[in-house]
Design a protein around this ligand. Structure first.
Ligand SMILES: CC(C)(COP(=O)(O)OP(=O)(O)OC[C@H]1O[C@@H](n2cnc3c(N)ncnc32)[C@H](O)[C@@H]1OP(=O)(O)O)[C@@H](O)C(=O)NCCC(=O)NCCS
Length: 187
C-alpha cells in the first residue's frame, strides 16, 4: 500500500501508521521492552490489539504517526497526538517512543520537530502537551531540545506498572516553533 510521507527532514520523514506496519512495529516493540517499560504502559502485541490501535486513528481526536528513515523507510519511532481538542483550545497530547536498535541518534529530535510542524501547519493545532516522569531524562532532554516550556507538575498523573506516577507537564505552542515544514514526498 502506498502510504505517503506527510513531511520530511534531512534524515527522517513522518507518515501515518497503518495495519501493514504490524510485523515491523511488533518486532521493534519486543526488542525495546527494557527501554520502554519504566516509562510507558505495556502494550498487547497481538494482531487484534494492533488493529484496534490503528482504528483509534480513524477518529478526528487522534493522530498515529511513525518516524521513518528517509533512505530505507525503516521505522525508528512512533508519535501519537492524542485527545485532540478543537474549538478555542486547538490542542493535543503527545505520546512518543524510540526503539532500542536506533535510539540516541537524534532521530526522535528531528522526527518530533516534524510532528510539531505538521500539527501546527497542516492540522491547525496551537498547542502540544507532553507529560513526563521527573526521572525520565531522555524524554525531558528531548522536549527541552525542541524548546518546550515546563508548565507544571501533576501528582499521580498516569498509572504505569501499577503505580500512579507523578509527571511534569511540558508544552509547545505554535509561536514557539519557528522553522517551516518541508515538502512531502511519496514513500
Ligand atoms: C524518550 C525517547 C523517545 C528519547 O529518544 P532518543 O533516542 O533519546 O531521542 P533522539 O533520537 O532525539 O536522540 C537524542 C540523543 O541522541 C544524541 N544525538 C546523536 N546524534 C544526534 C543528532 N544528529 N541530533 C540530535 N541528537 C543526536 C543526542 O545527544 C541525545 O543524547 P543525550 O540525550 O544523551 O544528549 C526514548 O528514550 C524512549 O523511547 N524512551 C522510552 C519511552 C518514553 O519514555 N517515552 C516518552 C514518555 S513521556
Amino acid at each position: 500500500m502506498l502510504n505517503r510521507y506527510l513531511i520530511h527532514g534531512d534524515r527522517v520523514a513522518i507518515r501515518r501508521v497503518c495495519a501493514n506496519d504490524y510485523e515491523e512495529i511488533t518486532a521493534l516493540t519486543r526488542d525495546s521492552a527494557e527501554l520502554h517499560h519504566p516509562w510507558i504502559p505495556r502494550r498487547d502485541t497481538s494482531r487484534e490489539a494492533f488493529d484496534d490501535f490503528v482504528a483509534r486513528f480513524t477518529q478526528p481526536t487522534h493522530e498515529g504517526l511513525v518516524i521513518c528513515l528517509r533512505q530505507s523507510g525503516a521505522i525508528v519511532g512512533g508519535v501519537n497526538i492524542n485527545n485532540i481538542v478543537r474549538g478555542s483550545m486547538q490542542s493535543g497530547m503527545l505520546g512518543y517512543i524510540a526503539y532500542a536498535s536506533t535510539t540516541g541518534r537524534g532521530h526522535m529530535s528531528e522526527g518530533l520537530r516534524l510532528v510539531a510542524q505538521f500539527a501546527f501547519t497542516q492540522l491547525g493545532l496551537h498547542r502540544l502537551e507532553a507529560n513526563i516522569q521527573p526521572t525520565n531524562m531522555a524524554s525531558l532532554n528531548l522536549v527541552k531540545r525542541l524548546g518546550f516550556r515546563r508548565e507544571g507538575y501533576s501528582p499521580g498523573f498516569q498509572r504505569i506498572n501499577n503505580v500512579w506516577q507523578d509527571h511534569e507537564r511540558w508544552a509547545l505552542t505554535a509561536d514557539m516553533l519557528p522553522a517551516g515544514p518541508r515538502k512531502a514526498t511519496a514513500t
